[in-house]
Write a protein of this length. Structure first.
Length: 476
């Protein structure tokens, strides 16, 4: 890329003056500049090619490092068409950020065995889910069901006229509003979905002159965000037009503030559970009786129900499992996280998403949460590995994927709590983390073997491994 420096003339601002140096891209089709006093501020950056973006970033922020440029480019996909698809997922892309793509085998869900794709960088998550899945496979496996799949959205609007006017206008125009959005719903209705309910909600007790058009949807196997938002925006414009035409009501008396789906989906709920007789919980090296284990385990869940500090970490562990499947299948883990945590606080206090009970000698552990996800549209149809993940899962419906996600979340939670109430979390976690430590310390193959042998039954810490390697290297 060709750059030229241009010394600009002195400019006066009030009684102060400054000299601005700019760097301009020597390209007649693009305008791109920086200010030398604030060299990190740029204009026209999005119009640059990917190579030009990389050149600028490395020149301005990384001292023009050739190695850094090569590193960014080394993660490009070898297939140009695939890379173009990935580039267009976002804005100002430079490269691809790689995360491990793994699988959890032996996941028995409703008497069917699955191998579940998981994308996550935390070392112990896949191992923990796999261990829990193996444990429950011989104890009846996981059960799961979708309770409901309804999703919601709102048109948020202001109406300064009389309540009776807007109420009557809505009732009289409801069929007209539904007819107005009918063309937008045709394809979804053909798949068995569409608008389920439309109502006007008076929320003036929360905000002056505030109303909502509250809409409920079934989006079948699609997550449905774009569909819902399109419907809501169309409804908002039509209803605003109707209201502004009422006698005695002017355009200044009504205003649509926004029209948007809600990521809180308390009526799009999935449930997963495991259960077995208490005596089946006995396992070699458990270190306690089945009754003692069950009591400690159930108490740990109750603690996460009453203590917000524990609940936060408890639910984070659940989402470790769920998010990894969400990512692998190209769904929106941020929306799923937001809904789950809101649901955990639905009664006014943030609580555990899972529950545990021991009744008549039966141990039962279950999880219930909202999951608004899809298996068609969006990245699920575009990202090569997302498509592959769904293929591994047997190209499931959204309902089956909801069940799978919930099961992996429950498996992860079970494994974490089992470790916490027995050996402690660090023993297993740090054993899995050992590879990261060895990579950080650039251990050779022979050094890795010696470290694994030495720390097989020892507590693993970064300092301990570093000191052990130091002793080895001292005598090499």
């Amino acid at each position: 890329m060709n750059w030229k420096k241009d010394q600009r003339k002195m400019q006066h601002f009030d009684n102060e003056s400054a000299i601005e140096n700019s760097v301009e891209l020597n390209n007649s089709s693009k305008e791109f500049s920086t200010n030398s006093f604030h060299s990190n501020k740029v204009s026209g950056f999005s119009k640059l090619t990917k190579n030009e973006k990389i050149d600028f970033i490395t020149d301005q922020f990384m001292e023009g490092s050739l190695k850094d440029k090569e590193t960014l480019k080394s993660f490009w996909h070898s297939d140009k068409k695939t890379q173009q698809v990935i580039d267009e997922f976002s804005e100002n892309t430079l490269s691809n950020f790689t995360l491990p793509f793994g699988v959890c085998p032996n996941v028995l869900i409703n008497d069917e065995i699955h191998c579940v794709p998981m994308v996550i960088e935390e070392s112990s998550v896949v191992a923990a889910a796999a261990k829990a899945s193996k444990f429950w496979m011989t104890r009846g496996g996981f059960k799961a069901e979708v309770i409901s799949q309804n999703k919601v959205g709102q048109v948020h609007l202001i109406f300064k006229g009389a309540n009776e006017l807007i109420r009557n206008a809505f009732e009289e125009s409801k069929d007209l509003l539904i007819g107005h959005i009918s063309p937008l719903m045709k394809n979804m209705e053909e798949r068995g979905g569409g608008l389920l309910n439309l109502e006007l909600r008076d929320l003036r007790d929360k905000e002056d002159d505030y109303y909502q058009l509250w809409a409920e949807f079934n989006t079948c196997d699609a997550m449905g965000a774009n569909f819902i938002n399109s419907i809501l925006e169309s409804l908002g414009k039509k209803f605003e037009l109707i209201l502004s035409g009422l006698e005695g009501v002017g355009p200044e008396d009504t205003q649509v503030i926004m029209a948007i789906l809600s990521n809180y989906t308390p009526d799009c709920i999935v449930k997963a559970w495991v259960e077995c007789p208490l005596e089946d919980l006995v396992e070699k090296n458990l270190g306690m009786s089945a009754q003692e284990f069950a009591d400690k385990f159930s108490r740990s869940v109750r603690i996460a129900t009453v203590d917000v500090n524990r609940a936060t970490t408890h639910n984070k562990g659940i989402m470790n499992g769920i998010d990894s499947v969400i990512l692998a299948t190209g769904n929106d883990f941020r929306a799923v996280e937001a809904a789950a945590h809101t649901y955990a606080a639905r009664d006014g206090q943030y609580r555990s998403l899972s529950r545990c009970s021991i009744k008549e000698g039966i141990f039962r552990f279950e999880l219930e949460l909202p999951l608004s996800i899809g298996t068609v549209g969006g990245l699920t149809a575009l990202h090569p590995l997302a498509k592959l993940s769904l293929k591994i899962l047997g190209n499931p419906s959204a309902e089956k994927l909801m069940q799978t996600c919930a099961v992996i979340g429950l498996a992860q939670n079970f494994a974490a709590l089992k470790s916490l109430v027995t050996t402690g979390i660090q023993r297993g976690h740090m054993k899995m983390h050992l590879m990261n430590i060895l990579n950080h310390l650039e251990a050779s193959p022979s050094e890795r073997a010696k470290v694994r042998e030495n720390f097989d039954k020892e507590v693993i810490t970064f300092k301990g491994v570093r000191d052990f390697l130091g002793d080895i290297r001292q005598y090499q």
